[in-house]
Structure formats: C-alpha cells, structure tokens
Design a protein around this ligand. Sequence first.
Ligand code: KIV
Length: 288
Amino acid sequence: MQSPALRHVPLRPSDLAKRKQAGLAISVLTAWDALSGAVVAEAGADAVLVGDSLAMVVLGHATTLPVTLDEMLHHTRAVGRGVTAVCGPEQQPLLITDLPFLSYQCNPDEAVAAAGRVLKETPAAAVKLEGAEPETLAVINRMVRSGIPVMGHIGLTPQSVHRLGYRRQGTDPASQERLCRQAHALADAGCFALVLEHVPDALADRLRRELELPLIGIGAGTSCDGQVRVTADLLGLTPQQPPFSPPLLQGRQLAVQALQRWIAEQRHPTTPAAGAAPHCSAPDPLDR
Ligand code: KIV
C-alpha cells in the first residue's frame, strides 16, 4: 500500500520525484482513446502518456511527424474520459500529452501557447517534448515559469527520424557526454522528469544516479527510476515491435484468430439457436 503522500489526487508531476526519492518504480503507459486510457488506468499506470506515437499506432502514418496539435488534443480528451470512467478520485494517474512536431520548434510564443492549449483544453496536467537544443531549453524554461509542467525526452527522438533514424543513441563516448550535458540542461530548465530512449544501460544508470529528476527509460536498461512503453507494442498489437519493447502477448494474432473463428461461425453455424430460422444450406456466392 502506498503512502498517501505519494498518491495525490490526481497524481501530480512533482509526485514522480517523490516516488524516485522513495525508491518506488514509476510505470508510464501510452494511451490514445477512451478504451486504451481506461485499460492502462485500470492496470494501475502511475502516468498515462498520450504520445505522438499515436500518429503511427492509431492514425497509420509512417512517422510521428504528421500528427497535429488539434489531433493530440482530441485524443487526449478521449483518453481523459476513459481514465475518469475507471478511476476514482483517489487513483487518477498523471496525464501527459506529447507536443507534436513543429508545435514548439518554430517560435517560443507559439510553443507556450501550444503547451497552454493542452492544459486549458484537455485534462492533461503536463506536456512532453523532444530534444535539448538551446532554443528548446529556452522554450521549456518559459513553459515551466508559466506554470506548465514539462517532461523532457532525449536519446532516440522519433521527431528527428530524418536526421537520426531510429538508431540507438549514445554509442560512443562523445555522444554519451553530449547526452549527459543535455540531461543536466533539461533538469536545469525545469523538467519534472526525463524520458531516455534507446541508449546504453550504463549511460542510463549514470544519469539516474546524477540527476534528481526521475529518469524514465525505454530501451535504456532496467536501472531507470521508471519505464515507459507504447501500450500497443506491449500488447503485441502493432505489426512490428521495436527490439527494446518486446510484446507481453501476441494480441494482434489472438484478436485476428478470435475474429476469424467468429466470422467462420457466422458462415457455417454448427449449433443453430433454438427457434432460430434454419441455416440456408445453399453456398454463399460471396464466401471467401
Ligand atoms: O510517443 C510516444 O509514445 C513516446 C514514448 C515512446 C516515450 O514518446
């Protein structure tokens, strides 16, 4: 049973640092609609991330780049409804929304306005954004001073796919030092937590010890303060899962097989329900 001091109503961004101090693992799962929001909340996630991975997972895009701020707001409201439907006020997880590509890179005023829309127009209490370039750090600092909690994200940053690909990052000493500088700069800019994606375990371990803010890993070993996963990957629903996020079950295969059985049953019922019209034995011309 958790100490009430660590489970505010709902969980606040600053509570994640308290969990780190108390040595409690932090579980973050993505969601994209009311159904997935309800499932991850019911499973007990500490935080629910409406990640821009929904561009690929749900909207069928090839990268995360095309998703718009309006789409992110729409999905966040749906996730919020799903979470609220299953969680009493005592168990509300922290809801975080990704700022999509180009909503924060072009102009600092637009960036703060975009993050502000997330907090004004949805139940999310924080935003996440990628990178640690000087302009990004300045924008994060402005958001934080405006009262907008920000989660950082470095390492593999899918919004930079055309520059970095989906490769593992921090594989040589120079890039490891750069990532360390970035992580410290994000902490100094006021981020309440940091996602570290697809980097060597030893680097994650070093950063976890150096930083006060919670380090949330994905493909960054097991020593981080918490872990984040794309829920559709964990459930085996996406066509291919990244190597660092193996599925817990073959959800897609299970779903397809169950639906195939149901469809076959409709076409060739074996036990007609009592009183039901007899099944037509003539072959269905459209039967595949
Ligand atoms: O968009 C997303 O789902 C993410 C997680 C992979 C951290 O950013």
